[in-house]
Design a protein around this ligand. Structure first.
Ligand code: EPZ
Length: 431
């Protein structure tokens, strides 16, 4: 098991390149199931979650070549079968449930291990299943598996009780080859969904309504292969913007769609950061005195929940009182206990956290409890006095490719080391 060792206190400078979006690439890789032709994903981020979903497709008979040198993934699902994918792989990453919609479109029936919850919440799939049923599928759940089957999926009208990102994506993929027209109302509008729709339309699908709360899908007979370069990762970009703020630095960030990251630009500007936009990037200056602010996470185009932990690290070292309210996930405050080990003064009050900013955090041994919590701890370590050690960083590798290299190039002192003590611990546990 690896861990990060960070020596805090450096200011950063220079420029960083943002990778393609994990949360766009995962549904796009799932969508390649819909065509028996070859698909190519360009500039694909080399992330643990990408490797896992590629292994899930391989366990179903797909041919997947990952050319990490040029960040290209070639997928051939011509020999795909509908036998059960490896349960361990599916349980390893909830995102694998995104193959369900595509699999029932292609094979009419599919059985997969129920996706588990994770540290940030129970992560239910009731809205996914509601959509499949509305399209005429039968759903059976037993012994920890969910089986969805339909002779033929028939287009219909579906209202999503909540604008769930995954449910929107799964239902789109279940409707693109369905008979007739499907109207999906109250959909999620995250940019990653628009990118999935653009990929599907390149494959010959007919999906209209990107950026609105209602999608109209006209079913087609067949989808052909396509080549696609996914959108930039707005959460990685936001994470580096906060790195500039927390280290009181000025830096250039290349690979940004300004529209996609508007809520983060708005809140960091409100705090006093100077942000100059230019095409596909921005220059951000965090050297001014920053002011405390209140944050409330909302579905897009509100402030993204995936930026909440990182923002909390920043607010922990901005003098004054800030309030962070998490409305999307019921348990996305796991990073608070770790930040408090670093001296942060945070009190949880239901879905809100009240932060009394302090001058300086102090380095400590902390644990990444989930992907964005891990990113938040890296940011806190960059600012802290002394050394911070972060274990369980496999969570971070799920969503950030080479974050320590990118930060190192900006002047941060962060290194990845093997944590043999943890390996010993694991060995003992597994005896
Ligand atoms: C996606 O998860 C992202 N993951 C998450 O990013 C992101 O935090 C989330 O959307 C919200 O933006 C991927 O795209 C792979 P949801 P998803 O369905 O689809 C409730 C990261 O850090 N809900 O929009 O699982 C659910 O309980 C990850 O990159 C239902 O009630 O999110 C939650 O409270 C973390 N029933 C809320 O909706 C359902 O059937 C939002 O979940 C589905 C969801």
């Amino acid at each position: 098991m690896d861990k990060f060792i960070i020596k805090g206190g450096n200011t950063l400078s220079g420029e960083v390149e943002i990778s393609s979006a994990k949360n766009a690439v995962l549904p796009i890789i799932a969508a390649t199931i819909l065509s028996g032709d070859k698909c190519t994903i360009l500039n694909c981020p080399m992330l643990l979650d990408v490797y896992v979903i590629c292994d899930v497709l391989r366990s179903l008979g797909a041919k997947v070549e990952i050319e990490s040198k040029n960040s290209t993934v070639n997928i051939d699902t011509s020999n795909l079968s509908d036998n059960k994918p490896c349960g361990d792989l599916v349980r390893k990453m909830r995102g694998s449930f995104l193959i369900m919609g595509a699999m029932i479109s292609r094979f009419g029936s599919f059985k997969i291990s129920l996706p588990g919850g994770c540290n940030i919440g129970t992560r239910p799939i009731d809205l996914h299943l509601k959509g499949f049923k509305a399209l005429g599928a039968k759903v059976k759940i037993d012994h920890g598996y969910v089986q969805v089957s339909a002779e033929k999926l028939i287009g219909d009208k579906i209202y999503l009780d909540y604008p769930s990102v995954g449910a929107t994506e799964n239902i789109i993929m279940a409707s693109v080859l369905a008979k007739g027209e499907t109207i999906i109302e109250n959909v999620a509008q995250e940019p990653e969904i628009g990118d999935l729709i653009n990929f599907l339309n390149k494959m010959g699908a007919k999906v209209k309504g990107i950026g609105t709360d209602t999608l109209k899908v006209t079913g087609v007979e067949y989808l052909h292969g396509a080549k696609h370069r996914p959108i930039y990762d707005r959460i990685e970009a936001g994470t580096f913007m906060i790195a500039a703020g927390i280290t009181r630095s000025k830096m250039k960030i290349n690979g940004i769609n300004h529209e996609h990251i508007k809520p983060v630009i708005a809140k960091l500007s409100e705090m006093g950061m100077d942000i100059q936009l230019y095409n596909n990037g921005l220059i951000i200056d965090g050297r001014n005195e920053l002011k405390p602010i209140d944050i409330k996470t909302m579905p897009y185009p509100g402030f993204p929940t995936d930026m909440q932990p990182q923002m909390m690290s920043l607010l922990s070292c901005v003098l004054g009182t800030s309030v962070v309210t998490e409305t999307i996930f019921e348990n996305r405050f796991m990073h608070i206990a770790e930040l408090k080990r670093m001296g942060a003064n945070i009190k949880i009050d239901g879905r809100s956290a009240v932060i009394e900013g302090i001058n300086k955090l102090t380095g400590a041994q902390v644990k990444a409890t989930d992907l964005r919590a891990g990113a938040a701890l890296i940011l806190a370590g960059l600012e802290s006095d002394g050394e911070t050690e972060i274990v369980d960083i496999y969570h971070i590798d799920r969503g950030y490719s080479g974050i320590e290299k990118k930060l190192g190039l900006l002047g941060a002192e962060i290194k990845r080391v093997k944590d043999s003590s943890l390996d010993e611990e694991l060995k003992v546990k597994n005896q």
